[in-house]
Design a protein around this ligand. Structure first.
Ligand SMILES: Nc1ncnc2c1ncn2[C@@H]1O[C@H](COP(=O)(O)OP(=O)(O)OP(=O)(O)O)[C@@H](O)[C@H]1O
Ligand SMILES: [Mg+2]
Length: 261
């Protein structure tokens, strides 16, 4: 089972879209995929038609009280999605209180990693959507994954949010024996705008080893897919956006193969 987290300390950069699109592409070729929504806003949860304000059980339960996580604590949270090979552990808005509660709560950083250890035979891939703030939820997302995807909107100021994220990764890496590697994904690219062109150039200059060759263009079909609750590749497999994510996925799988050698 491979675990990838998607994070950036900036909102609206395409994190949830990246999770859903890559999940769809993996499921399409037969992989069993688990999605975990660690964002209290619950956009990923809403995407598949669940209401994060109404849900009784959510990933929040893993942080409530007992630090031990039993198999049943995890399996009872699993929800179906619009795709037969994709399941979801949802978020609930109650999670917003967690950051305050968890202050000083030692050892809460591995709750998600512990949960995943119980389902490792059930899935091939796990994708974790994380909130745009550094706190106990993001720490869990970073601790549970083997590789991190960082979507970055190609616009002025994009680099600021990214720099914060990279500082966070460096901090996390001081505590990890195996360093967390990451891939930067340029999103909302529009080659007609100077902002897109120059920020992409800057990303290549500053992060030559981490930047993905696949660039995600602006594509209105992503929003249409989310309205219908379908993964983008099911809604329209020939769209430019889906093609770009497919290219990204190929390079991620290739990288994973190299690392395994
Ligand atoms: N490449 C794209 N082209 C056009 N629209 C996009 C693209 N990627 C995402 N969107 C749309 O932009 C909005 C924000 O995207 P998304 O929810 O994926 O970002 P996010 O980083 O998860 O945001 P948040 O921080 O609020 O969770 C959504 O309405 C989504 O459908
Ligand atoms: Mg999101």
């Amino acid at each position: 089972m491979h675990v990838w987290s998607v994070a950036n300390q900036k909102g609206g950069v395409g994190k949830t879209t990246t999770v859903v699109t890559i999940a769809g592409l993996l499921a399409e070729v037969g992989y069993r995929v688990l999605l975990i929504d660690l964002d209290p806003h619950g956009s990923l949860t809403s995407y598949f038609g669940y209401d994060p304000d109404e849900l009784e059980d959510s990933v929040y339960d893993l942080f409530n009280g007992n630090k031990k996580v039993a198999k049943d604590d995890v399996t009872r949270l699993l929800l179906k999605s619009s795709h037969e090979r994709i399941e979801l552990i949802p978020a609930s808005t109650a999670m917003a209180t967690l950051e305050r509660k968890a202050v000083g709560a030692e050892g809460m950083g591995l709750q998600v990693a512990k949960a995943l250890s119980h389902v490792k035979d059930r899935y091939d891939y796990v994708l974790i959507d994380s909130p745009p703030v550094l706190g106990v939820l993001m720490v869990n997302a970073l601790a549970a994954c083997q590789h991190l995807l960082v979507p970055v909107q190609t616009e002025f100021l994009a680099l600021k949010g990214l720099e914060r994220m990279v500082r966070t990764i460096n901090m996390i890496n001081r505590a990890r024996t195996k360093k967390l590697s990451f891939t930067i994904i340029p999103t909302f690219y529009d080659r007609r705008t100077q902002a897109s062109v120059s920020s992409l150039r800057e990303l290549h200059h500053n992060y030559p080893n981490e930047i993905s060759n696949a660039v995600i263009p602006v594509d209105t079909k992503f929003r249409n897919a989310s309205i219908q609750g379908l993964v983008p590749s099911v809604m329209d497999s020939s769209s430019r956006g889906v093609h770009s994510y497919a290219r990204l996925l190929r390079s991620l799988l290739e990288r994973q193969k190299q690392e395994a050698l």
